[in-house]
Design a protein around this ligand. Structure first.
Ligand code: AKG
Length: 320
């Protein structure tokens, strides 16, 4: 019987064993993913960026598109997405946490963020949103662009907290060696009332601002940029299934959710190796982090896995 290999990296190329033992098949699958990244996207993209949209992205560091997937796919996604948060998937290993506060419990969070949701919900690995986001990101970054991160933030009704101003690059760990863009898709309409994104046009051509943990508290995962020119901010309301694309340097935030329904957003990050972007040192605001999320991750991973992850990062930076 074929062995189904869990696609731990969420790259959509997990496959059957072909007579190999489960361990050998998984090793082979990992090797393939290491080599090809997520180039083997199963779905055929249905949407690409227009020349005007590309020009806006290059000028402003972000662009919005009115539709990146279908209404049918959105319906399916909403159910799967809500289940992930209701079941608090990822809490135990630190993949789920409160972005804006000290972790008190998944149901207490005012901004629960789940990293790598497709690790927990395989259906997310083969969706039109992903295929279109990849195709469009490659128009902006080139054909080698591959998935580098993925997250979901579900702001609860009425009390959902704002996402502080930040540049995604500020979250990067030491040895990160890619330039990335984020494709952010709301699963319902978004406006300033329920937490749409806001951007500072042109900030992708400006330096990385100093950041700190929200409120200066290193027990909180979220970061806030210091010295943000908020007078330049532009809100980006969107219909459900639309998307914003932003550069990893572009300053952005999202409003609180004051509406009666949840604000669901699903984001995919695509990157290309960029030697000039290699981060040789941990940002000071990340080096001082002491979150309960990290503690849960440490406990779940074990010592050897942590050592391996650190060594892999360093080797990647050296062989680039
Ligand atoms: O969904 C949000 O509230 C913020 C998302 C964000 O900042 C991002 O995906 O880069």
């Amino acid at each position: 019987m074929p062995v189904t290999i869990p696609d731990r990296l969420g790259l959509g190329v997990a496959d059957a064993g072909n007579g190999l033992s489960a361990r050998a098949a998984e090793a082979r699958s990992r090797l393939v993913r290491w080599i090809v990244g997520n180039r083997a996207a199963a779905r055929v993209p249905t949407r690409i960026l227009t020349d005007d949209e590309i020009a806006v992205f290059r000028r402003d560091g972000f662009v919005t598109v009115p539709a990146i997937t279908t209404a049918e796919e959105l319906d399916t996604l909403r159910g799967a997405y809500d289940r992930l948060f209701e079941e608090a998937r990822g809490w135990k290993d630190g993949s789920l946490f409160d972005l804006v506060d000290v972790d008190r419990g998944a149901s207490e969070a005012r901004s629960p963020q789940l990293l790598n949701p497709s690790r927990f919900e395989p259906l997310l690995r083969d969706i039109l949103f992903r295929a279109n986001a990849l195709a469009m990101s490659r128009q902006l970054l080139g054909n080698r662009a591959a998935l580098v991160f993925e997250h979901a933030i579900r702001k609860p009704p009425k009390i959902g907290a704002a996402t502080a101003w930040h540049q995604d690059e500020a979250f990067y760990a030491a040895y990160t060696n890619y330039r990335a863009i984020t494709v952010w898709m709301p699963l319902q309409d978004v406006s300033p009332e329920n937490g749409c994104m806001l951007y500072v046009p042109g900030s992708h051509r400006e330096p990385l601002l100093p950041h700190r943990s929200i409120g200066g508290d290193p027990r909180i995962h979220g970061l806030e940029a210091l010295g943000v020119p908020v007078e330049r901010a532009v809100p980006c309301p969107l219909p459900a299934g639309g998307a914003t694309f932003h550069d990893c340097r572009t300053l952005h935030c999202a409003g609180p959710n004051l509406s009666a329904g949840p604000r669901r957003a699903y984001a995919l990050g695509f990157g290309v190796r960029a030697p000039e972007h290699t981060l040789r040192h941990e940002h000071p605001w990340n080096a001082e982090k002491r979150t309960l999320r990290q503690e849960r991750e440490r406990q779940a991973r074990g010592g050897l896995a942590r050592l391996k992850a650190g060594a892999k990062q360093q080797i990647k930076a050296l062989i680039r």
